[in-house]
Structures are given as C-alpha cells and as structure tokens.
Design a binder for this molecule. Structure first.
Ligand SMILES: Cc1cc2nc3c(=O)[nH]c(=O)nc-3n(C[C@H](O)[C@H](O)[C@H](O)COP(=O)(O)OP(=O)(O)OC[C@H]3O[C@@H](n4cnc5c(N)ncnc54)[C@H](O)[C@@H]3O)c2cc1C
Length: 336
C-alpha cells in the first residue's frame, strides 16, 4: 500500500468525551509527523455528533475523519474494524496508533490482519528513524520500543516493509501536550456503509465500576513495596500519603500478595504515573517497577539495602528501615 507521510490516531471516546490516551497519542503523533514531514490525522467512529472533535487541534491534529452511524454508538469489534479499515485503506497513513486499552487491543490486530501489516503491542516509546537490516537501510520508519523478555530488555521493533506501521501504546506513557495555539481542524465526514448484518453482537447494558484510586492524576504518591507490608508499616505508608494529600501506590508483589488492590499497582503491568513526588517505601526498584514511575519529577526512596536499584533513579535516597524513617517523615510533614 502506497502511504502518505501522515500519522493517524484512532480516537477512543466514552460518554461522548475523548479519552485521555487519545490526547496523549495525538501529542506524540505531532512529533512523529513533524519528523516525517506529514500531518496528524484522527479517526472518530461514533453514534452521535461529537463537539470535542474541533478541540483536537489543541493536541496537534489537523484533520479528523468522522464516521457517524448509530451502529457505532458502542464499541463492538466487527462494525468498528470494518469502518476503520475502510478509512485506513482510503487515506493510507504512514503510521497508525491505538491506545493499548481493551478497545485498542481488540481493534488494532483486526486492522493489522486485514491490511497484512506489522503491529507492535504495548509500546512505551515511539520514534522516527533509520534501521539497517541485512545490509539494507530503511529510512524514516517507525521505531517501536517496548519492554521484552519480562522487562529485562527494551526491544526496538520495526515493520518496514508493510504500511502503515501500527502500534498500541500504554496509557500514561506518552505525555499529553497542548499547543500554545490550537490548529484549525478539518472535519471530513464520511459515509458509513455498515449494514445490520455487520452487527453480530449487541451491547445491552454497561456497568461502570469506579476506580478506587486515581494514580494517574495523583500529584503525590507514597508507594509500598515488600519491605513495607506488615500492618504497622503499611499503615504508616497510608498515613504519610494522607498527610501529604496523596495516593497510595504499590509494587506488584504487594498487590499479588493481597496487601493492596490492583488499582494501586505501579509499573509495567500496573499504572504508569508521573507525579510531582513519588516516595518509594521498601521497594527494590526492579526495572518493571521503574517502567511505571521513573518519570516522576522527584523520587524519594527509603530502603534498608544501600545497593537497592531504586537508588539509581531516586533523587533523594534514605538508607534505613521504613519503621524508623516513616514516623519521622510523618511528624516532619505534619509540623510543616
Ligand atoms: C512481566 C513482569 C511484569 C512485572 N510488572 C511489575 C509491575 O508492574 N510493578 C512492579 O512493581 N513489579 C512488577 N514486576 C515484578 C518486579 O520484577 C519485582 O519483582 C517487584 O517490583 C519487586 O517488588 P518489591 O520491590 O516490592 O519487592 P522486593 O524485590 O522483595 O524488594 C523489597 C525491598 O524492600 C527492602 N526492605 C525490606 N525490608 C525493609 C525495611 N524494613 N525498610 C526498608 N526497606 C526494606 C529490601 O531491601 C528490598 O529492596 C513484574 C515482573 C515481571 C516478570
């Protein structure tokens, strides 16, 4: 397929509001499109009019392909992949991006399979660059980076011989950036050719379960690792989070061990966070944990082992027992 130089983002929306992940993707797409000499395009599949489309220029999007059809009101696999496949075939982007959400993980492989092109799941970094394979140099292709082999290496994956290059990207990994002056968005309304035969499943009811913790938007996170899971130290982690007006985070074994809910988990298979302050209490700092918090603005680590890897990414390190350090921190923050 001959492709343009454009970067296309599939826009996810819920309750007629554009999802945060889509804004994050548009922001990263702006950088990629600049490197490719192309534009950022978005695809919106919807059952009703979406006013927010015009606002996507704020994140660098210059064109939105919109298919409105009542059969697209709720996400179901076949109608969405049929409608999106048609847009991608007609407008031939160089790069096509999805959130690594339930929807993106279902939809992206269907499109990749239909177009017979490569797809990298769960990327944590995207870049445009050159890549040499068996003496042949491929220029200006999408370098798709993601943790591999249990997070022990960061692999760069390319699919240079098929277009578009497709990737799903984890939520919270790319930074949402608003332009100083938003772009004028051209909205291209496209005819839907869906029929009732395309609707193989029907959404009868949607039950929403509120998340107990909103780690993604927390400014301060105090996180417990396996070095802070006895009742006394876990209560101190909670108290420090409370005193600072923050949320409680956790490493994966803390969640797997049933000490805290999955909503608290930070890391490769948990939430990616970027708070102003991250206090790691009794967390060793393995790469899978750091993948989720390494971008925090300030990291304070408390660990009894001076060689713990968490000290490699911490801005301030306290070598000590959480049971002795945390009471002092709580007292100090209370007093100030
Ligand atoms: C595919 C895959 C995905 C993964 N995803 C995630 C993920 O999303 N998030 C995640 O966190 N992990 C993840 N992991 C697990 C990860 O590899 C580590 O095992 C985990 O992060 C370790 O958790 P921890 O630091 O709490 O525990 P430990 O490694 O057991 O470390 C406990 C630390 O506490 C310190 N300590 C002990 N007692 C005290 C004390 N009294 N005071 C101060 N310090 C003390 C110790 O020195 C030690 O450094 C994943 C692993 C794999 C293979």
């Amino acid at each position: 397929m001959q492709s343009s130089h454009n970067v296309m983002v599939f826009i996810e929306h819920h309750d007629n509001r554009v999802a945060e992940i889509s804004k994050e993707l548009l922001s990263r797409a702006s950088d990629l499109a600049r490197d490719l000499g192309g534009e950022v395009e978005a695809v919106v599949l919807t059952g009703e009019e979406m006013e927010e489309i015009q606002d996507l220029g704020r994140y660098g999007c210059s064109r939105v392909y919109c298919v409105q059809d009542k059969r697209l009101a709720n996400y179901t696999s076949v109608p969405y992949s049929k409608a999106l496949g048609k847009v991608v075939r007609n407008y031939t982007p160089h790069v096509l991006l999805f959130g690594a959400t339930t929807m993106g993980r279902d939809l992206a492989p269907r499109i990749a399979s239909e177009l017979n092109c490569g797809l990298t799941a769960d990327c944590t970094e995207l870049e445009i660059g050159n890549h040499k394979i068996k003496g042949k140099i491929y220029e200006n292709i999408l370098l798709q980076r993601r943790p591999a082999f249990g997070g022990n290496i960061i692999a760069t994956i390319v699919s240079p011989e098929s277009k578009p290059s497709m990737a799903t990207v984890r939520e919270g990994v790319m930074k949402k950036q608003e332009l100083d002056e938003k772009l004028q968005v051209e909205v291209v309304n496209l005819e839907s050719d869906l029929t009732d035969q395309d609707v193989l499943s029907e959404v009868l009811e949607i039950q929403k379960v509120e998340k107990k913790v909103d780690l993604k938007s927390a400014k301060i996170i105090v996180a417990a690792g396996m070095g802070a899971v006895d009742e006394k130290s876990l209560n101190m982690v909670r108290e420090l989070a409370h005193v600072l007006g923050g949320e409680v985070g956790a490493s994966r074994p803390v969640v797997d061990g049933g000490y805290l809910d999955k909503d608290h988990q930070v890391g490769q298979t948990g939430t990616t966070v970027r708070p102003v302050l991250y206090i790691a209490c009794g967390i060793s700092g393995q790469v899978q944990h750091r993948a989720g918090m390494g971008e925090a603005h300030r990291i304070i680590a408390i660990n009894s082992d001076p060689n713990a890897p968490i000290f490699d990414c911490a801005h301030y390190g306290i070598v000590g027992d959480v049971n002795q350090v945390l009471p002092k921190m709580i007292q100090a923050y209370k007093e100030n």
